[in-house]
Design a protein around this ligand. Structure first.
Ligand SMILES: Cc1cc2nc3c(=O)[nH]c(=O)nc-3n(C[C@H](O)[C@H](O)[C@H](O)COP(=O)(O)OP(=O)(O)OC[C@H]3O[C@@H](n4cnc5c(N)ncnc54)[C@H](O)[C@@H]3O)c2cc1C
Length: 603
C-alpha cells in the first residue's frame, strides 16, 4: 500500500528542490491556516468587506441561492416539478450559479451552493477573488462547466469563482508561447477562456475555421476543466490527450499573481496543469494546438443480443478479436458496452475513413454475426456513417438527424446550444457508483485476450461495463503517445488500450425534496454490483490505474491510481504554488493534509 503523504513529507520534498527557495509565499508552518472560516464564524468577512469585493469585481459578486432551496422540506408543487424537468437541461444547469451538472453521489456528496460567487469576466476579477479568499481564510471553489463527478466544483460555506461568463474563443494561424520565440516554431492554435464549453469550441474551430481541436466527447463539458484532468476526446488515439495539446495557460496562483505557464515560463506548473487534476491555481485561459481536420468523421452503431451465456461468451471473444485486428489504431475511438442480459452495444466512432472503407472494415464482423444463425438477434441494425468532417459538429446539420442531438429549449436560448442525446442521462444525475480502470495492451495479445473476454463476461453478469478505447493511448500515433508521456497523468495511460468503466445513477434528486429524494437502497445495491463487476476486471491487473475525472469517489490508493510515479513531483509543484492548500479538491494533489470537507488541516 502507498505510504500516506503528509505535510511533513511535502516539506521534505520541497526542501530538496532548489526552486522552492523564495517562491513559496505561503505562511510558515507555524502560521499556516489550521481551519477555513465558515459562515457564522466570528472571522467570517463583514458585510463591508463583501461590498468591497463586489466593488473590486465590478459588481459581479453574487449572493448564491440554489433553485432547489424552495423545494427542500416543502410539499410538491408545480414550480418544483417544472424545476425537476429543467434539471435535465445541461445548459440550464450550467447557467445556474447554485447548481452543478451532477446533483450528488449517494453516500459521498450533495451539490451545495456557495455563500457568494464571483461571476468573473476578467482575469482581474479572478485575482480579486483569490486574494479575498486567501486573506480571509475562506474555502474557495472554482466552477467552469460544472461537470465534476466528484463534487469538486461546489462546497457549502465557500466563495465560488464562476468562470461561465469568461468564454471567448480566438483562433490563431501562428501562435508562439510567451518567451518561447527562440525555441518554438509558430503553430496553429486556439485560445479559449475557462468558461468555454467544448460544443462552442468545436463550432468555432471545426465548423467555422475548418481545423481540429482535441476536446471531450460531451458538448457541455468545460474546456479548462477537461484539460486539467488530461482529457480524452473521441479521437484521442489520433490527436492525443487534450492536456497534451496545451501549449500555454494563463493562471492566477494562490498568491494572487497572474502567471503564464508554458514550456518556457513556469514549466513545472505547465506540466502539472496537463493532467494533474487541478488545484494549482485558477486557469484564466488555455491555448491548445489545432490540427488539420480529417476529411471524414463518423461512427458505427449497432446492438446485438446473444441467446445464451455460451453465445454471449463467443460474441465477446469475437468482438475483442475483431477490435485487436481491425480497430486497434488511430482511426477508431469510443465504446463497446457489455450488458448483463447478453447485449453487446457498439458505439464506435471513426476518423479519416470514407463510407466504403468503414463498411469494408466492419463487414467481416457483421458477416460472422449473420452467419451464426440462432445464436444472436439484432436489437438495432448496424448503422455505418462517414460524413465530411466539417459537418460533424455543425449544430444546424446535427439538428436534421433524428434523435441525435437535443436543443436547449429555454425561450431565447442560442440556436447553437445543443447536446448529444446520449448525454441526456447524465444531466442532473445522482450517482450511485462509478469506477474505472486502465487496461494494458498486453491483454489484447494471444491467450491474454481470452482471459480478458472471460473477465468481461463475468463482469457483465454483475453490472454493465464499457470499454472506452479512446481513453487509453496504446494504438495511438507515436506523437500522441510521446506527448501523453510528457503530462502529469499516470503513465499507465500510454500503455492502456482502453479505460473500462462501470457506473450507476438515478434521475435528478435532492435530499428532503418530497417525491424526489435519492434512493439510498437502490444506490447501495447498484454500488455493490458495480464493485463486483469491476473486481472481475481488476483481477486481470497487476496495478490499478484510474482516470482522475472519471473515477470512484472512494478510489483506494488514489495518488497511485491517478498519477502513478508522477505523484511526488506533483506534490512538489503543489507545495511551490499553493503551499497553504487554498485550492483544496477531494482527492486532489496534497488533499491528504486536509479533512474530507477541506475545512480543517490534519497535518
Ligand atoms: C456528461 C459528461 C461527459 C463527460 N465526457 C468526458 C469526455 O468525453 N472526456 C473526458 O476526458 N472527460 C469527460 N467527462 C469528465 C470531465 O472532463 C470532467 O468532469 C471535467 O472536470 C469537467 O470540467 P467542467 O469545467 O465541466 O467541470 P467543473 O465541475 O466546473 O470543474 C471540474 C474541476 O476542474 C476545476 N476547474 C474548472 N475550471 C477551472 C479553472 N478555470 N481553473 C482551475 N480549476 C478549474 C474545478 O474546480 C473542478 O475541480 C465528462 C463528464 C460528464 C459529466
Amino acid at each position: 500500500m502507498r505510504k500516506r503523504l503528509s505535510r511533513r513529507h511535502l516539506l521534505k520534498i520541497s526542501a530538496a528542490l532548489p526552486f522552492m527557495s523564495g517562491l513559496a509565499r505561503g505562511a510558515s508552518a507555524a502560521t499556516q491556516p489550521q481551519a477555513r472560516v465558515r459562515l457564522g464564524d466570528p472571522e467570517w468577512p463583514s458585510e463591508a468587506s463583501w461590498n468591497q469585493l463586489d466593488h473590486d469585481v465590478g459588481g459581479r459578486l453574487i449572493k448564491v441561492r440554489s433553485p432547489l432551496a424552495d423545494c427542500v422540506g416543502g410539499s410538491p408543487d408545480a414550480s418544483c416539478e417544472q424545476l425537476f424537468k429543467e434539471l435535465k437541461n445541461p445548459y440550464y444547469l450550467g447557467d445556474e450559479v447554485g447548481l452543478t451538472q451532477s446533483l450528488g453521489w449517494v453516500g459521498a456528496w450533495t451539490s451545495e451552493p456557495s455563500v457568494y460567487a464571483v461571476a468573473a469576466k476578467t482575469t482581474q476579477d479572478v485575482v480579486a477573488a483569490v486574494n479575498f479568499a486567501r486573506t480571509n481564510n475562506l474555502r474557495l471553489v472554482v466552477k467552469g462547466g460544472g461537470h465534476s463527478y466528484q463534487g469538486t466544483s461546489n462546497a457549502a460555506d465557500s466563495l465560488l469563482i464562476w468562470t461561465r461568463h469568461m468564454n471567448a474563443i480566438t483562433t490563431h494561424d501562428a501562435f508562439v508561447g510567451a518567451g518561447c520565440a527562440a525555441s518554438a516554431q509558430p503553430q496553429p492554435a486556439v485560445s479559449i477562456e475557462p468558461g468555454g464549453i467544448w460544443g462552442h469550441a468545436y463550432n468555432e474551430v471545426a465548423v467555422k475555421a475548418g481545423r481540429y481541436v482535441q476536446g471531450g466527447g460531451c458538448l457541455t463539458v468545460g474546456v479548462a476543466g477537461l484539460v486539467l484532468g488530461g482529457g480524452f476526446g473521441s479521437w484521442s488515439k489520433a490527436y492525443g490527450l487534450a492536456g497534451a495539446n496545451l501549449i500555454e495557460a494563463e493562471v492566477v496562483t494562490a498568491d494572487g499573481e497572474v502567471r503564464i505557464a508554458n514550456a518556457c515560463s513556469n514549466p513545472d506548473l505547465f506540466w502539472a496543469l496537463k493532467g494533474g487534476g487541478g488545484g494549482f491555481g485558477v486557469v484564466t485561459r488555455v491555448t491548445l494546438l489545432t490540427h488539420a481536420l480529417p476529411e471524414f468523421l463518423g461512427g458505427v452503431f449497432a446492438t446485438i443480443k446473444a441467446s445464451s451465456d455460451e453465445a454471449y461468451r463467443r460474441l465477446i471473444s469475437k468482438i475483442m478479436e475483431f477490435y485487436a485486428q481491425a480497430l486497434f489504431n488511430p482511426h477508431w475511438g469510443e465504446q463497446l458496452g457489455f450488458a448483463p442480459d447478453g447485449v453487446l452495444s457498439i458505439f464506435m466512432v471513426l476518423q479519416g475513413l470514407d463510407q466504403q472503407q468503414a463498411e469494408a472494415t466492419w463487414r467481416p464482423f457483421f458477416d460472422w454475426v449473420s452467419a451464426s444463425g440462432q445464436d444472436f438477434s439484432i436489437v438495432s441494425a448496424p448503422r455505418i456513417i462517414s460524413e465530411p468532417a466539417r459537418r460533424f459538429w455543425d449544430p444546424a446539420a446535427l439538428k436534421t438527424a433524428p434523435g441525435l442531438v437535443i436543443s436547449d429549449d429555454r425561450p431565447g436560448a442560442p440556436a447553437d446550444n445543443i447536446f448529444w442525446a446520449s448525454n441526456l442521462g447524465e444531466a442532473g444525475r445522482v450517482w450511485h457508483a462509478y469506477q474505472s480502470a486502465w487496461l494494458p495492451q498486453s491483454l489484447l495479445a494471444g491467450d491474454q485476450r481470452e482471459r480478458l473476454a472471460e473477465a468481461l463476461f463475468a463482469a457483465a453478469k454483475h453490472r454493465g461495463v464499457s470499454l472506452h478505447f479512446n481513453k487509453g493511448l496504446a494504438g495511438a500515433t507515436a506523437d500522441a503517445i510521446a506527448a501523453a508521456r510528457d503530462t502529469a497523468m499516470n503513465p499507465a495511460v500510454a500503455d492502456a488500450f482502453a479505460l473500462a468503466i462501470s457506473g450507476a445513477g438515478g434521475p435528478p434528486a435532492y435530499p428532503d425534496v418530497p417525491g424526489h429524494e435519492p434512493d439510498a437502497a437502490v444506490a447501495q445495491s447498484e454500488a455493490e454490483a458495480v464493485g463486483k463487476s469491476m473486481d472481475e476486471i481488476r483481477k486481470l491487473l497487476p496495478r490499478v490505474g484510474s482516470y482522475v475525472w472519471e473515477t470512484d469517489y472512494f478510489q483506494p490508493h488514489w495518488q497511485e491510481a491517478f498519477w502513478g510515479v508522477n505523484y511526488d513531483r506533483l506534490l512538489a509543484v503543489k507545495g511551490k504554488y499553493d503551499p497553504d492548500g487554498l485550492f483544496f479538491l477531494h482527492h486532489g494533489v496534497g488533499s491528504e493534509d486536509w479533512s474530507a470537507d477541506g475545512f480543517t488541516r490534519l497535518n
